[in-house]
Design a protein. Structure first.
Length: 226
């Protein structure tokens, strides 16, 4: 479902006279259906950068980032922007550490909108959104409120629900449990293992060792570029 072949990335710091900072060099990995691969390495090693490259948010300097979209393999490193957008709609979901949404939109609508964008009927999308929010222990009285005033942990649960609601077959997860307590981390682990049983391919960063041990099928070490 995901195949990374000798991917490299360098950032150019234009405000620092064009200084070049190597973020990743010659990284290769693969993720199969029903498998969770967790990236491991020190802060600054480029784990989040790699997820953003696969999602198409950062361009790849060299190498290939091949993602399965139905019967087609798409090299995100070479794909046109429209093809990357289509890939995100149909196959590829990304959950970041932070929730970015339009203010004043109710939480239930924020989550349901993601499912509708994937082609789900309105009532089914609303039901799926409600089921996920309940499974993530977000109290129902909050569903009608915008998440701007929620705690960090509550916002992150909304973020996770958005990423899972459409049922994408490939999930990129960037520290989704970082701001959650033990009970809610356990709820996320249960959801992730359910997604694996459905055949989803998961590539993620989890600094919590307990979560990592309960969800990872394999660990891939990402070392800082010397």
């Amino acid at each position: 479902m995901i195949r990374v072949e000798r991917a490299s990335k360098t950032f150019i710091m234009h405000l620092r006279g064009g200084a070049r900072i190597a973020a990743l060099r010659d990284v290769s990995l693969s993720v199969a259906p029903g498998e969770c691969v967790v990236l491991r390495g020190p802060s600054g090693a480029g784990k989040s950068t790699l997820l953003k490259m696969i999602y198409g948010a950062y361009r790849c300097d060299s190498g290939r980032l091949v993602v399965r979209d139905g019967a087609e393999d798409v090299d995100v490193a070479a794909a046109a922007p429209r093809r990357i957008l289509a890939l995100r709609r149909r196959a590829l979901a990304y959950v970041s550490q932070f929730l970015c949404v339009i203010p004043r939109i109710p939480t239930l609508e924020i989550v349901a909108a993601e499912a509708r964008a994937y082609g789900m009927a309105a009532e089914a999308a609303k039901a799926r959104a409600a089921s996920l929010l309940a499974g993530l222990n977000l109290p129902e009285p909050l569903w009608a409120l915008p998440p701007a005033t929620f705690s960090g942990g509550e916002q992150q649960r909304v973020n996770i629900a958005r990423g899972l609601v459409a049922g994408h077959p490939i999930l990129l997860l960037d520290e989704p449990t970082a701001s959650l307590d033990a009970a809610n981390r356990a709820a996320v682990v249960e959801l992730m293992n359910a997604k694996k049983s459905e055949g989803a391919a998961i590539l993620g960063v989890f600094h919590d060792e307990d979560v990592r041990d309960r969800i990872a099928d394999r660990l891939v070490d990402i070392a800082p570029v010397a």
